[in-house]
Write a protein that binds this ligand. Sequence first.
Ligand code: PAF
Length: 277
Amino acid sequence: MQLIHTIHDLRAWRKKQTTVAFVPTMGNLHEGHLRLVKEAKKQADSVIVSIFVNRLQFGQGEDFGAYPRTLEDDLKKLAEEGVSAVFAPNEKELYPNIKQDFQIEPPNIQNELCGAFRPGHFRGVATVVTKLFNLVQPDIACFGKKDYQQLHIIKTMVADLNIPIKIIGVDTGRAPDGLALSSRNGYLTVNERDHAAELFKQLSKIEVAIKAGEQNYALLEETAKNTLTQAGWDVDYIEIRNANTLNIAHMGDKDLVVLGAARLGKPRLIDNIEIHL
Ligand code: PAF
């Protein structure tokens, strides 16, 4: 496995490859990331993973400084998975002009759901992903469905801007109690961890109700929000949306996704379940 820190070396590596599948990450890798790598391996001759904590996608007061940086451990895990290369640039390499004057502005959906609580977040994601796509020039890129809105924005960006990369969404990895795997689970106290699967359980209840024919989506959202709030969560949103457009779900939509974001103690957890009627 080749460890690459510079754009110059990355371009030299890329010239020697045939088909390339790419997994962009911010490091602190867990089983969820390794699922992306396993999928990537099925898709192309070489797999490259990037590890870069992207300042642009963190808002004021968010955990950019505290975000776990565990490069040595990450490299061991990736070597065991048989990854061809890891691109781990420092900030100067990717943002020589730290302001990054030219940014990628996603459409309005960037201001809804998580975007309503994290202004500028998806602009930061779209900008770094575009830079990484231009640098790595992969044929395929894999993203987790846990970050459903991110995946939607990236798919839209690639389609609208004719970026010749196939985007693959990979199902969310879960702990045995259902908690979606996330680097931010590491911030949970032992007691919080015992209750952290409740978000997934509430989303699952909505799924069961919709599949049983319930059509009052507002009531389902409100009930889940209230249940979580009473259990001590600080809920940002629980929403049922059209899975293809991420617009508000309407009666008759067959592909739905129920998404939620809530804080349990310090960490803000997100999760979602796709529902196909
Ligand atoms: O999902 C993530 O880890 C990040 O948002 C990404 C796609 C690596 C961009 O920094």
